[in-house]
Design a protein around this ligand. Structure first.
Ligand code: ADP
Length: 161
């Protein structure tokens, strides 16, 4: 049984993340979306809110689970008996950072490997920070995130102003 972890902040989940989740879930038996509980990054949404938003987004994918975690992704993977980490690549800038992270992770735990999904072209520009910035300035985010989350995101951004 192949189990993989897709770790990230998902603050909030975007169509780009969902695209990676769907594609990864097709090649593994079980995919766990690991939502990093990292207050140092001062996320817009709490970890509980992010978990719920992802759960509601992926409920049509029976082999995808969502869990919050703290600390290192490799330690979380080990605790879940997963041998693979999934990450996404958009631009060259992602590549440098992701390569360094995956090498570090393999140094810490050589039993766990990282597999990368390149972005789908239509989501190449998309990141959680872009979505937050667009929402902050009242731009249309309906193509960037699942429909049912659009209002929640505008609302949250407004509260933070
Ligand atoms: P982190 O804070 O750990 O970088 P993110 O939530 O920003 O977490 O992203 C999680 C993973 O998803 C990262 O590997 C990132 O490169 C990837 N990712 C984010 N947006 C996209 C996208 N539009 N297409 C493909 N991969 C993406």
């Amino acid at each position: 049984m192949t189990r993989a972890i897709y770790p990230g902040s998902f603050d909030p989940i975007t169509m780009g993340h969902l695209d990676v989740i769907k594609r990864a879930s097709e090649i593994v038996d079980e995919l766990i979306v690991g939502v990093l509980n990292n207050n140092a990054k001062s996320p817009l949404f709490s970890v509980e809110e992010r978990v719920k938003m992802i759960e509601d987004t992926v409920n049509f994918l029976p082999n995808v689970k969502v869990m919050a975690f703290e600390g290192l992704s490799v330690d979380f993977a080990e605790s879940q008996d997963a041998k693979m980490l999934v990450r996404g690549l958009r631009a060259v800038t992602d590549f440098e950072y992701e390569l360094q992270m995956s090498l570090t992770n393999r140094k810490i735990n050589p039993n766990i490997d990282t597999i990368f999904f390149n972005t789908s072209l239509e989501y190449a520009y998309l990141s959680s920070s872009t979505v937050k910035e667009m929402a902050y300035f009242g731009a249309d985010i309906s193509e960037c995130v699942p429909d049912f989350l659009v209002d929640t995101i505008y609302q949250k951004v407004k509260e933070r102003r």
